[in-house]
Ligand binder design. Sequence first.
Ligand code: NAP
Length: 478
Amino acid sequence: MTQHHNLIAGEWLAAPNYAPNINPSNLQDSLGDYAQADVAQLDMAVAAAQKAFPAWSTSGVQARADALDKIGTEILARREELGTLLSREEGKTRAEGIGEVARAGNIFKFFAGECLRLGGEVLPSVRPGIGVEITREPLGVIGLITPWNFPMAIPAWKVAPALAYGNCVVLKPADLVPGCAWALADIIHRSGIPAGVFNLVMGRGSVIGDALVNHPGIAAVSFTGSVGVGQRIAAACAINMKKVQLEMGGKNPQVVLDDADLGVAVELCVQSAFYSTGQRCTASSRLIVTDKIYPAFIDAMQKRMASIKVGDACAAGTDIGPVASLAQLEQDMSYVDIGQSEGATLLAGGDRLQRDTEGFYMAPALLVDSTPQMRINREEIFGPVASVIRVKDYDEALAVANDTPFGLSAGIATTSLKYATHFKRHSQAGMVMVNLPTAGVDYHVPFGGRKGSSYGSREQGTYAKEFFTVVKTAYTLA
Ligand code: NAP
């Protein structure tokens, strides 16, 4: 079986251990063995990045723009092949995998342009004869820690701005999905960027992730993952006074008002609750439906859900692939039980499915008769499980939508300009969707949430520079 090593100081270095990368659609299918670094390898990666930083951070924007553009070009050219790899590894459908890879390629292209657009400000001083310049500089070596559910796009949306603004990088991808990160590292390595500027260290979060966060050579940490791990990382960064950015979970509401177009509402609820197997931080897991449309909505949802095809992620015609891991499948199914024990009614799905190959297949679950205080409506499940909360009107819908410790994405289905406008203003989420699924965002605009979903400045778009640069104010006597 092919061994995939870590990329450290421009070399593929063998690790002390390797772990198989198993296809969740077919447990007999392995994508190869992937390195499990030890802390000594992490130390080497940080040292290599520190060594590369002075030259890279002053290398000139054209060299950086060219490198990022080349990386983006190769990713886009290989989107079908890499999309298949992604689907085999993570379990989202091939169409979704190809879409994610294209997003990653476009992100590198976008930040290639951003290399040339990092402006500053020149202001008059309040003191005569003095000039004031405000510029942005790179931070140094940045630790990037990524989750398993977007194994190509999330590494891309952290690596691209980090490099664009002149930083060096150590990437620690999720242990479950090292294949996409390895493929990305291979492309970055062959783009010709200098040794040590980008390093890939695969291994367990509790070992490598923890050591990365606490490493004195790391200037800042950008993390995407669960709230619990994010809180620990924030605490470690605070004590060491490192800059930190956290993107975490969601419990995203999708409001459906009486005046909604029923077809639009059902389609966007199915899309955002169940597609990508519900494994998106922006997935809708709380469907908040007003009284009058409720019976028709439930009826239409049941019919639509009956047509969803769950199967091998790479097979033609599959709507929803498997859950990514056994642990996640068990968590999803346990929440179906928790919901019923709390008094909700399981209207559809929720059971494990058998297919031609052994995999982690689950029928999308819809729970009704749920209330805002139930655990299924407060805790992130992160699978194809959605619950419906019936409310009397828009005001109650908005209150329930905002009654959550999270605040990543929120959606409303309505034909009323008044309610759409009010919801955009009063939703306590970082991203708001009107007649669109809560999941599915552009790559050139800021991404992030509020409350327990995000901490620190926004990712993506031009706003990424807030995290990946530090401001300097210089005064000159004329
Ligand atoms: P996770 O368990 O928190 O893991 C995320 C990353 O942190 C992985 O690389 C993990 O490594 C690493 N890690 C684990 N323990 C660590 C430690 N003690 N120190 C440093 N790093 C550590 O999350 P996940 O299960 O991979 O991903 C699902 C979560 O991500 C969900 O909550 C989802 O909502 C969230 N998410 C948020 C966004 C967003 O932008 N808001 C986007 C996507 C996903 P191992 O894999 O080796 O454990």
